[in-house]
Design a protein around this ligand. Sequence first.
Ligand code: PEP
Length: 257
Amino acid sequence: MPRRPLVVGNWKMNLSAAKGRELARAVADGLPPGAVDVALCPTFVHLFPVADVLRGSRVRLGAQDMFFESSGAYTGEVSPAMIAETGATFVILGHSERRHTIGHLEDDWMINRKVRAALAAHLTPILCVGETLAQRDARQTLDVLTFQLTAGLVGVSADAAERLVVAYEPVWAIGTGRNATPAQAQEAHAHLRRLLADHWAAAAAQAVRILYGGSVKPENARELMAQADVDGGLIGGASLKADSYLGIVSAALAAKG
Ligand code: PEP
């Protein structure tokens, strides 16, 4: 069965609640018909207001992070059940800004706990992996991806394959305007799928959607998504405007249609 393309917008720490609602409405109203899944990931406090706008539409809701414990003395954290309660069905985990930029500096052990907790709460984790520029220059890209994917999936069984999404996001391409070439993306995605096949089995690996993220724009989306193992995109900057985001959704449809 062909994998259905998926385009996810990561709004990061942008937009007011009112602007987020406006953008969500414009995306829902402008969504082209066709076999593509689309999701928007606002900041935690905008999940409920954006959910209100998206109710009844084809656009899904996602969160940008989540804690792995179900409740307790974890000031500032948000549990899997709390995310699910908003109506969100996706959750981005291990984003490079959380791995490398923000004070928490999340490690692979914590990201794995989050992946397992998301699956247990019937959320779809979007597990982000990707190398830094120094790692690419040192030709360590595939080793980094092997480590991050393997560590992220410890204790996750093949039954989860259809519900798992992986995002390949080279750190040097995020928010920099410099995207991976289609060939670089395909090489990384094919490597990730081979690892999934080794970890589980070929059929399970074929079911997993692997998104590319890193400076995707309407102009480069089609060529990236035309690659055999690129099943859609995780979009940052270009998801903050309805026109550019919808342009990427259309490119995904054109590439995979
Ligand atoms: C991201 O934040 O996941 C991302 C890919 O950002 P951008 O599209 O802005 O590079």
